[in-house]
Design a protein around this ligand. Structure first.
Ligand code: NAD
Length: 262
């Protein structure tokens, strides 16, 4: 996919940028002229992804080992990026993931892990990045939520609650930080065929092609299609949009009363 937006000279952080949607998003920001920092737990995995990104785009990538569930590591990551590149213009809170458990038997640890990975992390990174985003003059945060945060997913109760919470964190941060020129939006992804998602579907026996018949576009999304929405929300093209969640999910899942297929 070619560069649609211009981020020349902008500094972007993508958490969870070593794989899946985060990796593709970081690559698209590089193609659009940004300098990008990717943050994740394993430095060797990040470096591998960064080498691919540099080869594809010729862009500048910094890898910062960070567990986003830890406040101090998030603060240190943000300061490392700001010191290295000289500021921060865009933060993409993308790191996330779901554990599967029925609420009836879900261990407390599972609940806490999903809430901290999908919700605490965005609070930690956003709070740490805010002074730099404010100084940027056109700072933007994009939080990667999920349709599970809109509709809920059985068996992913903590994840669904965390992603719904992320959408509300988006609204409140937008309201508090908008007056200082920092926009905060979210992208709620639907069923996106990343390598790890596909491996997970195979493991749990989830039939993606059958599930796709429930929504208008009848196919899983591609990571690039989420990335383009993230770049839009972070770009000047969205300069009057804040506090919103954009769904990238193949369309609404409506039920009808008669057969309307042609
Ligand atoms: P992924 O597993 O490839 O990406 C998640 C990334 O987060 C990985 O790079 C992982 O290393 C990183 N990560 C996990 N725990 C971390 C931690 N404690 N500290 C730092 N980094 C950590 O999967 P993905 O599908 O690309 O997911 C990216 C985001 O998109 C997630 O927030 C996910 O919830 C969301 N999402 C994905 C889908 C989908 O169908 N793929 C749908 C809706 C939302």
């Amino acid at each position: 996919m070619g560069a649609t937006f211009n981020f020349t000279g902008k500094i972007v952080i993508v958490t969870g940028g070593g794989s899946g949607i985060g990796e593709v998003t970081a690559t698209e920001f590089l193609r659009a002229g940004a300098k990008v920092a990717i943050a994740g737990r394993k430095l060797d995995r990040l470096e591998l992804a960064a080498a691919n990104m540099r080869a594809k785009t010729g862009g500048e990538v910094l890898c910062v080992a960070t567990d986003v569930r830890d406040l101090e590591q998030c603060q240190a990551m943000v300061e490392t990026v700001a010191a290295h590149f000289g500021g921060i213009d865009v933060l993409v809170n993308n790191a996330g993931g779901a554990r599967h458990a029925a609420l009836r038997t879900m261990p407390l640890e599972t609940w806490r892990q999903d809430m901290s990975l999908n919700l605490d992390s965005a609070f930690f990174c956003s709070q740490a990045a805010y002074p730099h985003l404010k100084a940027s003059g056109e700072g933007a945060i994009v939080n990667i939520s999920s349709l599970a945060g809109n509709n809920g997913t059985m068996g992913c109760g903590a994840y669904s609650a965390g992603k719904a919470g992320l959408q509300m964190l988006t609204r409140v941060a937008a309201a508090e930080w908008g007056p200082k020129g920092v926009r905060v939006n979210a992208v709620a992804a639907g069923m996106i065929a990343t390598p790890l998602a596909m491996a997970n579907w195979a493991k749990t026996g989830f039939d993606a092609s059958k599930a796709c018949t429930a929504f208008p576009l009848r196919r899983p999304g591609r990571p690039e299609e989420v990335a383009q929405a993230v770049l839009f929300m972070a770009s000047d093209a969205a300069s009057y949009i804040t506090g919103e969640t954009l769904i990238v999910g193949g369309g609404p899942q409506l039920k009808g009363m008669i057969d309307t297929d042609d």
